[in-house]
Design a protein around this ligand. Structure first.
Ligand SMILES: *[C@@H]1O[C@H](CO)[C@@H](O)[C@H](O)[C@H]1NC(C)=O
Ligand SMILES: *[C@@H]1O[C@H](CO)[C@@H](O)[C@H](O)[C@H]1NC(C)=O
Ligand SMILES: *[C@@H]1O[C@H](CO)[C@@H](O)[C@H](O)[C@H]1NC(C)=O
Ligand SMILES: *[C@@H]1O[C@H](CO)[C@@H](O)[C@H](O)[C@H]1NC(C)=O
Ligand SMILES: *[C@@H]1O[C@H](CO)[C@@H](O)[C@H](O)[C@H]1NC(C)=O
Ligand SMILES: *[C@@H]1O[C@H](CO)[C@@H](O)[C@H](O)[C@H]1NC(C)=O
Ligand SMILES: *[C@@H]1O[C@H](CO)[C@@H](O)[C@H](O)[C@H]1NC(C)=O
Length: 455
């Protein structure tokens, strides 16, 4: 497939006369905060990662977290398990107000190990998200059948109001990590509340009335425990649904209690900003289809370039502060593309989607601010950032059928430039950044991404 395609690209690259566009970066016009890029090892994947051979484990960790040779991911999203085999509260107390019996196995299905590894690579943003409350706290009595949290408006249960117990349970989970010496920085209490699967899940209504009745209680429980953990909502299936939830949450004043608005992209991608002053994260992304190392062939959703474009669109057009993929490392699961690293023989194998993330995550570090840029050619998305160390990073994503030459004026005394290219033949490879006087010039191939770093 690849060899067939090369001549086509070659003609495209050489045949078109590359036009040069000057794009200026306004270092005085700061846009959204970037909190990072990430992924999850939820649903037993952390345990499998921990069980992998040490060689494979090291390779996969490096691909995911290394800022020298890997993607440099800076956020992980853990699963707060509600299934009785894994949860910290497997048995119902006598009543919703009687003391709970928590259990902690110092392992949390491999997530204690995984979180420690992530931290050892410099990750500081640990998002713990519950898909559901334990079954006995729900109207359905089962953590994996559709139900609401008992005690929220319209959901009275014979067993009582479980909202405080659920808040205490979530806080206890954070405290167990604190005991392990790790800080859970973000806490979510549900996942895809508008979806009805037969695994861990909990519902809310379109007007989010259940979330609105619970969020202040969770906030108080977090404060009372003197934790700095920030609360998220609602990890909806898609952006349009989360947009509606966000409107009702903001109208109810929930931005006083929430730290981040979170959404997935399965039913709609982030293409416009949500109406909130809170940072917004695309907190889970994936697709159904096969794992592939193909960067660009026909624009299919499995390909790296498709994801390069999704990330660029989300950051530039939807004001995202973070973009998280679904799983990181899985073993021999290439029939599915919902993870970024698999294995081939005895070696870890990155997908082309990992390369798409690397072009952003390795260079744009947590705490960076996006900067305004002047207009890009159509089919090109340009995003610029200033890192905390004052380095400037510009990511240029070219969805057009011909190469683009981009000139960027250098401001101040920034003079040292480096650039990296990913396309069908280059994988985060060093590429030329020509400096002429106070201009730096890069060439971005068709369906390619160039990341420029200016110091
Ligand atoms: C990891 O290995 C342990 C010990 O063999 C086993 O009990 C556990 O189920 C394994 N975990 C996963 C997720 O495969
Ligand atoms: C909970 O629901 C799942 C299906 O979603 C079912 O397989 C399981 O048996 C139920 N558990 C109990 C205790 O009823
Ligand atoms: C929210 O929606 C639910 C379900 O549609 C409805 O029963 C309830 O009355 C609504 N609550 C408010 C405050 O609008
Ligand atoms: C969002 O709310 C609007 C107005 O109530 C409604 O028309 C639309 O269908 C909702 N969108 C989704 C995805 O639920
Ligand atoms: C973008 O997000 C930031 C938070 O990171 C927020 O303060 C700002 O208001 C948002 N801008 C727009 C246009 O939504
Ligand atoms: C598109 O490319 C993918 C590989 O990236 C391949 O699996 C798929 O069959 C192609 N689809 C079409 C319609 O050519
Ligand atoms: C992956 O599958 C292959 C073929 O079935 C097998 O030989 C190999 O041991 C598996 N790799 C791992 C790490 O389990």
């Amino acid at each position: 497939m690849k060899t067939l395609l090369l001549p086509v690209l070659f003609v495209g690259g050489l045949g078109a006369v590359a036009s040069a566009t000057t794009i200026s970066v306004d270092t005085n016009k700061r846009l959204q905060l970037i909190e990072g890029f990430g992924f999850s090892q939820a649903f037993t994947r952390a345990g499998q990662f921990q069980n992998a051979s040490s060689n494979l484990q090291k390779q996969a960790l490096d691909f995911l977290f290394s800022t020298e040779t890997g993607a440099g991911f800076s956020i992980i999203r853990n699963w707060i398990p509600s299934a009785s085999a894994y949860t910290i509260e497997p048995n119902a107390p006598i009543s919703s107000t009687s003391p709970p019996e928590y259990v902690w196995d110092n392992d949390d299905d491999g997530q204690v190990w995984f979180t420690k590894e992530a931290i050892s690579y410099g990750v500081r943003t640990i998002y713990a998200d519950a898909w559901s409350a334990p079954g006995f706290m729900k109207t359905s009595g089962n953590e994996s059948t559709p139900g609401y949290l008992c005690g929220t408006p319209g959901h009275d249960c014979s067993t009582g109001d479980w909202r405080q117990a659920y808040a205490d349970y979530l806080v206890q989970y954070v405290k167990f990590y604190e005991q392990e010496g790790m800080e859970i920085t973000h806490l979510g209490f549900l996942n895809e509340p508008n979806f009805l699967p037969d695994y861990s899940q909990m519902q809310i209504s379109p007007n989010a009335t259940e979330a609105i009745s619970f969020i202040p209680m969770l906030y108080k429980a977090v404060k009372d425990a003197q934790l700095k953990t920030r609360i998220t909502c609602c990890d909806a299936v898609g952006w349009d649904v989360q947009s509606n939830y966000t409107d009702v949450l903001m109208a109810a004043g929930m931005d006083r209690y929430l730290g981040v608005i979170t959404s997935h992209m399965y039913s709609s991608d982030p293409t416009y900003p949500l109406a909130t002053r809170l940072p917004t994260w695309l907190s889970e992304a994936g697709f159904s289809g096969r794992f592939t190392t193909v960067w660009y062939e026909n624009g299919s959703v499995a390909e790296g370039f498709t994801w390069a474009n999704k990330i660029a669109t989300g950051i530039v057009h939807a004001n995202l502060s973070a973009y998280l993929y679904w799983e990181g490392f899985e073993i021999n699961q290439t029939q599915s593309g919902s993870h970024l690293v698999d294995v081939s023989g005895n070696e870890a194998l990155p997908s082309s989607i990992l390369n798409a993330f690397t072009m952003w995550a390795r260079f744009i570090r947590p705490g960076a601010l996006r900067l305004a840029t002047s207009e890009s050619p159509s089919e090109v998305i340009t995003a610029a950032f200033e890192n905390l160390d004052h380095s400037i990073v510009v990511v240029v994503t070219n969805g057009g059928s011909s190469a683009q030459t981009i000139k960027i004026p250098l401001s101040g005394n920034r003079k040292s430039t480096s650039a990296w290219l990913t396309d069908n033949t280059n994988q985060v490879a060093s590429t030329l950044a020509k400096v002429h006087g106070n201009m730096v010039e890069i060439t971005v191939p068709s369906h390619g991404v160039v990341t420029l770093q200016i110091r």
